[in-house]
Design a protein around this ligand. Sequence first.
Ligand code: NAG
Ligand code: NAG
Ligand code: NAG
Ligand code: NAG
Ligand code: NAG
Ligand code: NAG
Length: 288
Amino acid sequence: MTWNFMCLILSLFLSQFVHSLNNNTTDSLDTCLQDFAFRTLIRHRPHTGNLYNAMLPANLSGMSVSIVRLRSRRLWNRGANFCNFHIPSRTIPVPHVKRLALVYHDFGNWSSHYYTVPGYSMITPVIGFKVFDASNMMSRSVKKLSLNTMGKPIVIRFSNSTLSDGMVSKARCAIFSSNGTLHLGEITLANVCFSQDQGHFSIVVPLKRKRGQWKLWAIGIVLGIGGFILIGYVVIASVKVLKAKKIQVMEKQADEDLVLDTIWVGRSKMPSATVTRTQPTLEDGGLP
Ligand SMILES: *[C@@H]1O[C@H](CO)[C@@H](O)[C@H](O)[C@H]1NC(C)=O
Ligand SMILES: *[C@@H]1O[C@H](CO)[C@@H](O)[C@H](O)[C@H]1NC(C)=O
Ligand SMILES: *[C@@H]1O[C@H](CO)[C@@H](O)[C@H](O)[C@H]1NC(C)=O
Ligand SMILES: *[C@@H]1O[C@H](CO)[C@@H](O)[C@H](O)[C@H]1NC(C)=O
Ligand SMILES: *[C@@H]1O[C@H](CO)[C@@H](O)[C@H](O)[C@H]1NC(C)=O
Ligand SMILES: *[C@@H]1O[C@H](CO)[C@@H](O)[C@H](O)[C@H]1NC(C)=O
């Protein structure tokens, strides 16, 4: 109970820091969910092949977790068909064990809390499953297994997907592998993903923002350049005006300061101070 509680606190705490893909954080959440699932199984004295819903704390309501325990022989003969996941027959757990447990997750409205795909938006909840050794239910630690499907795909159906036919070519199947990598696969059949192994899955469509963003950038740059030019123009214009004013003031002052006699030289009016000894003459001497 205390372990459960600590798990919960830990996962809620860690979830604040999740910014991208399946990583250590979701790993620790998965560990908690698996813990809840196994407790459910122990409480039930389970029949193999029966699916049990795990009791989750109120804090995680919106998620659902269920667990089924199977003999490996049954998986080989019939495959497993639970919670919208179809694992084909002729599948073996690796390493081989006598009994295995499949834990199914549906993150519901918590999906985008724990998983994001950069550049895409998820149009379905994230669902997934994990495989564990269930040979000894009383063992303290549960061992993770992987599956070998002999090349056949595991089929994942998104029953609540709103993917329209027109969007199928643009949509991608986001596969969050248990090793923490994200793979975006093409969708060939509406609302269906294929995988070779366990993991978490969602259907994503590209965000439409890209073109809009490009446009905004362009508009921003044009406006910015325009603004600079305008400011430059205003600065130059005001400097010119100031200069002109200054010159005017200086001229005015000059006019007031020295009221000089002026004489006409050629066709120009020239100042002529009283002290001037030599009268200014034009060089070609052409007096009128
Ligand atoms: C996992 O988290 C680390 C930082 O803690 C980050 O550097 C790394 O890229 C992440 N891995 C993936 C697959 O997102
Ligand atoms: C987190 O993941 C990295 C690799 O992505 C690994 O080296 C590290 O041991 C992990 N930390 C924990 C606490 O699991
Ligand atoms: C929910 O989690 C908070 C801590 O994040 C805890 O204080 C509270 O008791 C939890 N409530 C339930 C119903 O588990
Ligand atoms: C998901 O929905 C449940 C109610 O169904 C709510 O209690 C929970 O806070 C929601 N989670 C998030 C992350 O919004
Ligand atoms: C589909 O969505 C409805 C409401 O949004 C929900 O009640 C139902 O459980 C969902 N079905 C599955 C298979 O997720
Ligand atoms: C992670 O697993 C996927 C398939 O499950 C595989 O394609 C990929 O190469 C693996 N990546 C690493 C780093 O192990």
